[in-house]
Design a protein. Structure first.
Lengths: 206, 100
């Protein structure tokens, strides 16, 4: 009944369908990262000692700090949706902006973390790394590919959120049409979930 | 139904998000603290269980799965189930290869 009313009141719109479409895309992302988690598990089983020692070289404090940053950015993203639902437009834009700032902070930390590793000569294909046992090479290979791909997703998420900020400012996203912002949020939360698993697997293994 | 769903969505206030965020941060702190203690095989299991709890919180509250319809939940649940099945089958296959 109310579905009909909505069809008359608006141009054809299917928010549930839009969200399902976004989730469908997120499943493909899960498979992408899932494959790499499988690789990680198999090699970790094969080289437990090397993974243990190599992981000790990663900075746990930066890793934990970055986890907190990303979790907080997920919070601000969720809050921005509540704000737009309540027609608090500037508050919603402010929360989206905070999400962007936190994402940038995450990347800056990542930059410093990688720089230190590069400085020590540990990067894919480097002589220092290739001289190490194969377990170490695989650990750092997986580390760079998985956190790198995750970092790429953070950058894509930042672009998406910037576009959403513009949409919100221009009134494309409003209190009764915010599925675009929700979808961007879903993407951002998935990026967060992937990090929730990357963090213990790379930084905390003993 | 559509109407009802909108009502459920409205239920999400700022408070619940902040509460979930605090839980997520606390769980992260627990994971980090646990990593310092060497419990052998249990360490990684604990870390993964905590990561799963965190994921559940993000999925249900931040990603609004709680307020979606049953069809929607089944849609997501089936996808996650199949991902888990492929993981389990792959690992059991791998352990079989190792034993031979």
């Amino acid at each position: 009944m109310s579905v009909q009313e909505q069809t008359i009141a608006h141009v054809h719109r299917d928010d549930v369908g839009a969200r399902m479409g976004m989730w469908l895309f997120l499943f493909t992302e899960l498979i992408l990262f899932g494959g790499m988690f499988i690789l990680y598990s198999v090699y970790r089983y094969k080289y437990p000692e090397a993974f243990h020692l190599a992981a000790k070289e990663l900075n746990t404090i930066i890793g934990t700090f970055n986890t907190a940053i990303l979790l907080t950015s997920s919070l601000t993203m969720a809050l921005s949706i509540t704000a737009i639902q309540r027609s608090q437009k500037s508050l919603s834009i402010f929360f989206q902006f905070l999400t962007l700032v936190l994402a940038l902070g995450f990347l800056i930390n990542k930059y410093f973390e990688w720089s230190v590793k590069f400085h020590h000569g540990i990067y894919p294909g480097s002589e220092t790394l290739l001289a190490k046992p194969s377990g170490d090479i695989i650990f750092f290979g997986l580390y760079y590919v998985m956190t790198g791909l995750h970092g790429l997703h953070v950058i894509i998420g930042m672009v998406l959120i910037s576009v959403m900020m513009r949409f919100t400012a221009k009134g494309v996203i409003t209190s009764d049409s915010y599925v675009k912002l929700e979808s961007a949020g879903l993407y951002w939360h998935l990026v967060d979930i992937i990090w929730i698993f990357l963090y213990p697997l790379f930084y905390l293994i003993t | 139904m559509e109407h009802n769903q909108e009502h459920v969505e409205q239920k999400y206030g700022y408070g619940i998000y902040i509460l979930v965020w605090m839980a997520l941060i606390a769980l992260t702190a627990i994971t980090a603290a646990f990593a310092g203690i060497n419990l052998g095989e249990i360490t990684i299991a604990t870390a993964l269980v905590i990561a799963s709890i965190k994921t559940y919180l993000v999925l249900t509250v931040f990603m609004h799965l709680n307020s979606e319809s049953k069809t929607f939940k089944a849609f997501v649940g089936v996808a996650i189930l199949f991902l888990l099945i492929s993981f389990i089958l792959l690992f059991s296959d791998y352990s079989f290869i190792l034993r031979n």
